[in-house]
Design a protein around this ligand. Structure first.
Ligand code: DUC
Ligand code: ZN
Ligand code: ZN
Length: 499
């Protein structure tokens, strides 16, 4: 077998990292980036494969740390349309090389380790990109809490998600405190879904009693104040447990954003995530004819135009650390497992309470935001790749282009002005029968996606050319963002007597 100096060279690209933008060539060997060299200097290198980026941008592969695949019914009446295979296939076609999905523990299960083992079995050998898991804690039993140590120290699971809503997952404030305390002592980051579940259930009852059950009332049942209140409560609870780091997921509301910013300004380890649905959709999208609005039912719901602007501002000014997809797909035209499970003869436009909450978006995340023109490119890379890798303990292996240390996870974009693409469901690679972004124009799309030096997506020659066996499980370390754990530990242990 011929042996080459490099496995892959990318020449003539404009490389963008969270730190800078510059023209240079990249050489890859044994799955790693090994050399950055002056632009064009590697055009004739001794390499098995040379990609001419033709002046297009080159970025680190996307890192999407909020992805739901193959999960049971928890967010309404349906269950996930994408498996690990189809979801990660869609991921690479959209420029994403790493995902972190969820290992869901149901309320009836006392143990987290069992949920983790079940999720490993689903993902192993079925992933086109690298992957990790967050624990989704539905039952913070003593047994579950006692398992956090082994999850963090032995299993590479350094984050967990808890919910302040959903019958299947909602936990009480005292349970939240127990989770935060245990997470703190095990250097685990707690992700929080902050909406007031009791209040939104009450509002839903009120709406139903007046026969207001169409999809658009999903938004009415979850006014912004419910998110702001729960966000404020989550921040208060974390401050009570000696500033345990938290991440508010899928933030949609300016009031919640402002509260998060205040906490950050006060020096609390409070992080936040937003998603494309809060940048590109509004509540009007839930008011489409008949049942079509169900395609945009997710929680929190998309808000108004002014809220979109506030979320963009929060991305630019650093309030949001990460931009994830919250890919949580359900088929639309599916009365067994999808959005239409809630349609009955009695409720021909469905009953929004039962519509499964969630939308697909793993493949459209990068193209939508890259071509929006609303984020500087270095900021784009920071929130879609570098910060997620740091926040979730994968940096610098993931999320950057550092020779000798970063995996060769790379996206090569088309040269500017070369492509105008209309998003339609036909061009996507998930196993879901719609996209909420149907008909939107984007000015660019990943031309090549490279995972550890292998081309896995070649848009013009074969499409998805990787295999479902390429993806590897990532054992993650503790978060390295902003020295969060060092800062927390400098404050000492939680001491109730000192409150
Ligand atoms: N929260 C999520 O994080 N994903 C989908 C449903 C939800 O409400
Ligand atoms: Zn959530
Ligand atoms: Zn989610």
């Amino acid at each position: 077998m011929a042996s080459y100096e490099y496995d892959l060279v990318i020449t003539n690209g404009i490389c963008v990292t969270a730190a800078d933008i510059a023209s240079y060539d990249i050489a890859v060997k044994d799955e790693k980036i090994v050399l950055l060299a002056p632009s064009g200097s590697l055009a004739q290198a001794d390499a098995e494969k040379i990609i001419d980026a033709e002046g297009g941008y080159v970025t680190p592969g996307g890192v999407d740390c909020h992805v739901h695949l193959e999960e049971p019914a928890m967010f309404g009446k349906g269950s996930s349309s994408d498996t690990y295979e189809t979801g990660t296939r869609s991921a690479v076609a959209g420029g994403c090389t790493t995902i972190v999905g969820f290992a869901p523990q149901q309320k009836k299960e006392p143990s987290l380790l069992k949920a983790l083992a079940d999720t490993h079995a689903k993902a192993k050998g079925n992933s086109y990109c690298d992957y990790g898991f967050h624990m989704m804690v539905g039952n913070p039993s003593l047994e579950a809490l006692s398992e956090l140590k082994t999850l963090s120290e032995n299993e590479g699971i350094t984050s967990l998600k808890i919910y302040m809503t959903y019958a299947a997952l909602q936990i009480r404030d005292d349970q939240i405190l127990s989770v935060l305390l245990e997470a703190r002592s095990n250097r685990m980051l707690t992700m929080i879904h902050a909406e007031n579940g009791d209040v939104l259930n009450w509002l839903t009852d009120q709406l139903e009693s007046q026969g207001l059950v169409a999809p658009k009332y999903h938004s009415t049942s979850r006014p912004p104040i419910l998110e702001a209140e729960a966000t404020n409560r989550a921040i208060a609870l974390s401050s009570l447990i000696a500033n345990t780091p938290i991440l508010l997921v899928h933030v949609s509301d300016p009031g919640a954003t402002l509260r998060i910013r205040q906490a950050q300004t006060a020096g609390q380890p409070v992080f936040a995530e937003t998603c494309p649905q809060y940048l590109f959709l509004t509540r009007d999208d839930l008011d489409a004819p008949v049942f079509e609005g169900a395609k945009c039912v997710c929680s929190p719901p998309p808000r108004d135009k002014a809220s979109q602007d506030a979320i963009w501002t929060g991305l630019r000014n650093g309030t949001f650390t990460v931009l994830s997809s919250d890919h949580c797909p359900f088929n639309y035209n599916d009365a067994e497992k999808g959005k239409m499970t809630c349609i009955t003869a009695e409720n021909p436009v469905g009953k929004f309470r039962e519509i499964p909450n969630g939308i697909p978006g793993i493949e459209t995340r990068l193209p939508l935001v890259f071509s929006s023109g609303r984020l500087a490119l270095a900021k784009f890379v920071e929130v879609v790749a570098t910060n997620p890798a740091k926040l979730y303990g994968m940096y610098p292996r993931k999320g950057s282009l550092i020779p000798g240390v970063s995996d060769a996870d790379i996206v090569v974009w088309y040269p500017e002005g070369r492509r105008d693409i209309t998003i339609t469901n036909e061009i996507l690679h998930h196993a879901t029968d719609y996209t909420p972004f149907e008909g939107r124009q984007v000015g660019n799309w990943p031309r090549f996606t490279i995972l550890r030096g292998k081309v896995v997506w070649d848009r013009d020659n074969g499409g998805v050319v990787g295999k479902k066996t390429f993806g590897k499980f990532l054992k993650r370390g503790a978060s390295s963002l902003d020295r969060i754990w060092e800062t927390v530990e400098e404050q000492g242990a939680f001491d109730v007597a000192a409150l």
